[in-house]
Every structure is written in structure tokens, then in C-alpha cells.
Design a binder for this molecule. Structure first.
Ligand SMILES: [Zn+2]
Ligand SMILES: [Zn+2]
Length: 407
């Protein structure tokens, strides 16, 4: 895409888009609230996927269901343009008990849309309806609705089921809402846009015994405790100050009662980094620290290192295209960049970005009660005011990407 195209996207008046989408906003808010009231977890999202597929069929899309479980691709071809674009929304909720007390609060105990995926789905649907009605683009539009983003299996399971072979995309995009960032503001930038995520389980094995006779046992809890402390030195002493990494101890388990030295002790870690080199460094140092701390205590250590998801890396060109599209809707001064280290959250969209160039961007969910509350908190809610704005961003992106064929 050349600079003229980017300029024309930036110049494009979005008023007509906004008013049409604004007219539909109430309908899509109700839809979002209905999905919110009926949250589904992980890969098991049949109700939500059913609603999505039915609407898309109604609007004239070719709808393909059952991709990697409950994944959906809705395709719309207009004109003879050769370009294709993919836009992804996630559909799953979290195992959390909602406490907002809102009229449309979750009706399912222990299930809650606490990450705003109900809103991401509604936003992409609002854009889908508009794009199918107006048909003002030239090329192939692939709308991707994935299950289990939270469990980080949804993107991979769709890809393993042939997502990009069956529905090739020249570029892919996704957005996430950001509580605390005012509605109407966005973060769109090239390069790192979120952390990799790895899980580590360490099992220290020693020799159990009586608490009163420690010298005849080999205590795995000491190795565990020393390791927890030593781990804190890795990010501060081994990672360069300009780079970012996180090692968090999330779970410790050992023993059964006061006076028994246990046979084993386990430690569970979450490890994050924004670039592959730091991810590798953290793994190397964690393995060394665990192994040598265990050896110093005379116990053994088994390390199970699970590479969950890579860091999100936005492509330069595709990020520039997204930035121009979002700026055409919100205004250039509302689209900001932030240091990657401020966003260590992970996303399984990273798997898709490893396969196809694209951009994952962030739209403000607002401040104040519920909408400004952190995601994954039982007091969070997606902001319905974001639906028409986010949909307008999607429309601007499609119309910019699929209108001018300058290849
Ligand atoms: Zn989440
Ligand atoms: Zn999320």
C-alpha cells in the first residue's frame, strides 16, 4: 500500500459511516448485553457461535462453521479485487463470578465476560452488517470469530484446521479494549504489542522425614524458598534495563502438616517477555537458578517448561495501515504509541501474526466504574459506546485496504 492510499484513508470523512453505525448502535449494544448475560468458557462457545453464524448468514456472508471447534469464518467477496483481509474477534468468557449487578449481568454462576470479548464480537458484527449492506470495497473480506482466546488454544486450533489455507489473508487484524484509556483513544504501533507467555512447573524432590529430625531428611521446601528469592534477581540483574521481562510466582505447594518434612515441593511460574531474545534468556536463567539452588540443598528438580504463546509483533506496513484507518475515525491526535513494556499481557492472536503479517491494536474502553475496571476483574464491563467507534475503525480499515489495488 502506498502513501497516497494511506493519505486518502486519513482524509476519508467518516461521518457517514459513524451515523449509519450510530443508528445501529442500540441494536448491537443489546446483542452485546445478551452475549454478556450468557457467557461461555474456553472452546465451548456453541450459543455465541450460533448467534454469530446466523446473523452473518442473514447478511449474505458465506459462513463456515466448526473450524477448530466452534471457530467461524465469514467470507464476503465484492468486485474482482485480488486483496484479502482477515479481521478477528474472540468469543470466550472467563471462570469468574460477576459482581457488577448490572441488569444484563451474567446469568451463569461462575462465568463472566470479564475481558470484553462480548464487545469484540459485537463490534465486528456491527462492522460486518454495515460492510455487507454497503458493499463498498473491492476484494475478499474474511471475518474470523475464534473460541478460547483465554486458554490460548483457539487461534492454534483454527489454524491447525486450515484457517489460512482455506481462507488466505494478505493481512490480519484484531483489537482489544483497554479499560482506563478514554473511549475515542487508541494505541496502534508497529513491533512488540504484548508479551510472550510461558508456564513453568518445578518439582523439587528430597527425602521426607520427621520435623524434629531434619538432618535425616533432605528438605525440598528450603530449595523452593531459596529459588523463589533467587528468581527475583533474574529480571533485575540479567535482563537489560531497556528490555522487559516478568517472572511471577503464582503457586507454591508443599507438605501436609506441621511436623512432616515433605518429599516434594512444587512451584508454578508465569514468565513474560516482549522479544524472543529475552524470552530465551529468561528460560536459560530460570533453568540455571532452579538446578543450582536444588543442588545446593541436595535435592533434585524437575522442570516442565511450557511455551504457551509468542509475543505479539505487529508488522510495520500493516500497523501503518491500521493507524491510518483508526486515525481517520478518531483523529490522528487520539492514536498514541506506548512503550511495549507497559503491555505484558498475552494474546493468542500472536500465533496468527506469526503466520500472516498484521496488527493487533488497542481501543480505549473508558474510565470510571465498571468500564475503567481492569479486565479479568469481577467488576469489569465492556463499554457499549465503543461498539460504533470500533466498528467504524473496522470499516475504515476494510475500505482502505480493499479499495485501492496499487500492487
Ligand atoms: Zn482476557
Ligand atoms: Zn481479552
Amino acid at each position: 500500500m502506498n502513501q497516497n492510499t494511506l493519505n486518502s484513508m486519513a482524509d476519508a470523512a467518516s461521518l457517514s459511516v459513524s451515523s449509519a453505525l450510530a443508528d445501529a448502535a442500540e441494536r448491537f449494544s443489546r446483542l452485546r448485553q445478551d452475549i454478556h448475560a450468557h457467557p461461555e468458557l474456553g472452546a465451548d462457545v456453541p450459543r455465541t457461535a450460533g448467534i454469530v453464524a446466523n446473523l452473518l448468514r442473514e447478511w449474505g456472508y458465506d459462513v463456515y462453521t466448526g473450524i477448530g471447534g466452534h471457530g467461524i469464518v465469514a467470507q464476503l467477496k465484492v468486485g474482482d479485487g485480488k486483496r484479502s483481509i482477515g479481521m478477528r474477534a474472540d468469543m470466550d468468557a472467563l471462570p469468574l463470578q460477576e459482581r457488577t449487578g448490572l441488569p444484563y449481568a451474567s446469568q451463569i454462576p461462575g462465568h463472566m465476560h470479564a475481558c470484553g470479548h462480548d464487545g469484540h464480537t459485537a463490534t465486528l458484527l456491527a462492522a460486518a452488517e454495515y460492510l455487507a449492506t454497503t458493499r463498498q470495497f473491492d476484494g475478499t473480506l474474511n471475518l474470523i470469530f475464534q473460541p478460547d482466546e483465554e486458554g490460548m488454544t483457539g487461534a492454534l486450533s483454527m489454524m491447525e484446521d486450515g484457517l489460512f489455507d482455506r481462507f488466505p489473508c494478505d493481512a490480519i487484524y484484531a483489537y482489544h479494549n483497554a479499560p482506563g484509556l478514554p473511549v475515542g483513544m487508541a494505541v496502534v504501533q508497529p513491533g512488540p504489542q504484548g508479551g510472550s507467555s510461558d508456564r513453568v512447573t518445578v518439582t523439587f524432590r528430597g527425602k521426607g522425614g520427621h520435623g524434629a529430625i531434619p538432618h535425616r531428611a533432605t528438605d525440598p521446601t528450603l530449595a523452593l524458598a531459596l529459588t523463589v528469592v533467587a528468581l527475583q534477581g533474574i529480571v533485575s540483574r540479567n535482563v537489560a534495563p531497556v528490555d522487559a521481562g516478568v517472572i511471577s510466582v503464582g503457586q507454591i505447594e508443599a507438605g501436609t502438616t506441621y511436623n512432616i518434612i515433605p518429599e516434594f515441593a512444587t512451584l508454578k511460574l508465569s514468565v513474560r517477555a516482549t522479544v524472543p531474545a529475552v524470552r530465551e534468556l529468561l528460560e536459560q536463567r530460570i533453568r540455571e537458578v532452579v538446578t543450582y539452588q536444588a543442588a545446593s540443598c541436595g535435592v533434585t528438580a524437575e522442570i516442565e517448561y511450557q511455551h504457551l504463546v509468542p509475543a505479539i509483533c505487529n508488522a510495520q506496513t500493516e500497523a501503518a495501515i491500521a493507524r491510518a484507518a483508526v486515525a481517520s475515525v478518531l483523529g490522528a491526535d487520539k492514536v498514541i504509541q506506548v512503550p511495549p513494556s507497559t503491555q505484558m499481557g498475552s494474546e493468542d492472536f500472536a500465533w496468527m501474526l506469526e503466520k500472516v503479517p498484521g496488527c493487533y491494536f488497542v481501543l480505549g474502553n473508558g474510565t470510571g466504574q465498571w468500564v475503567g475496571c481492569s479486565v479479568h476483574n469481577d467488576g469489569y464491563d465492556f463499554n457499549d459506546a465503543l461498539i460504533p467507534l470500533g466498528a467504524a475503525c473496522w470499516v475504515a480499515l476494510v475500505q482502505g485496504y480493499l479499495i485501492t489495488d496499487d500492487t
